[in-house]
Design a protein around this ligand. Sequence first.
Ligand code: HGY
Ligand code: MN
Ligand code: MN
Length: 416
Amino acid sequence: MPAPGENLKINAARLWDSLMEMAKIGPGVAGGNNRQTVTDEDGEGRALFQKWCEAAGCSMGLDQMGNMFARRDGTDPDALPVYVGSHLDTQPTGGKYDGVLGVLGGLEIIRTLNDLGIKTRHPIVVTNFTNEEGTRFAPAMLASGVFAGIHTQNWAYDRTDAEGLKFGDELARIGWRGDEEVGARKMHAFFELHIEQGPILEAEGKEIGVVTHGQGLSWTQITLTGKDSHTGSTPMPMRRNAGLGMARVLELVDEIAWSHAPHAVGAAGHIDVYPNSRNVIPGKVVFTVDFRSPELHVIEDMEARLKKGAAEIAETMGLEIAFEKVGGFDPVAFDDSCVSAVRNAAERLGYSHMDLISGAGHDACWINRVAPTAMVMCPCVDGLSHNEAEEISPEWAAAGTDVLLHAVVETAGIVE
Ligand code: HGY
Ligand code: MN
Ligand code: MN
């Protein structure tokens, strides 16, 4: 006789259908998604998620950062809920699964428990965290950061996008600014299912990543100021070329990251050039350097060498330079008992698995500050993510959600 929950499996076809249905909202131009945070498309995705949750018998909570909480009651009203979720917002050229798999995987757990008439002692709450990506409004994991007490709500509300619009205003405009106090909810535990967004699981032939740690992140925004001038008639010695300055700083970023091989990484994904005209030497560039490493001292070394080296480059070239830390978090060690629940679930279900350090940042990295937290990962094709060609298999999605189901149900406690 299998132990309680032994043979529990989700409905893989239903999960995949829901993923494909959500992907229709905010379609990209190349098969992925552009459902950026607090845009109308984000609002539409939220409405669909709420409709599905209510159809599954959940009550929906909404806090002042737009975080959504779909609750399935447990038998013990005093027991703290087990939370499970991720984010529905995407990159501008994002994939269909980054974040979405974790939210809809959580919903699939509710649907499966309903199908099987299973009750749990602890309530289960499926969560959509606002603005995980941090691409329209920096930093990443903005709302989970407010929830965990990392950022103040007013600071978050004042974050502005490239058009100068404020996050708080945009959240209100799309009608998803709730009344609940952010962070007032207490969690028994939090689990997040996410695609790996890297090549390791696929290369190792593993179906499940048991995420023990998350690497740390540092975002430094650099503004280099030179002088706009004619690309044709300005003699080379007279130029104050901010674009060239940026190129030399980016070379330095690459060199610094390589000096901490094999785990450290560094690049700039955000680059604004002004005036960005074909025949004007750029008088100003603004770009964000993204450094990451599993080791805090490495991140600190990379940040220090960047500041020193970039300032020397600017000095040599007669450019002004300004630095602003626009995002970051220390490397994360997830909760041992939650990690064991994930590992035991993969073991019990017979899925191949390995321990993994998350290369990307996730809401779980902040929630880990306020509740016992762990992550489940599934492979993605060629490790590709933050690209519209991001792809996973239905089997990988199902395996990850089966493991999530077991970890959540084991933690929430099945009531016979
Ligand atoms: O930047 C990250 O790691 C996450 O995808 N927001
Ligand atoms: Mn994500
Ligand atoms: Mn992402």
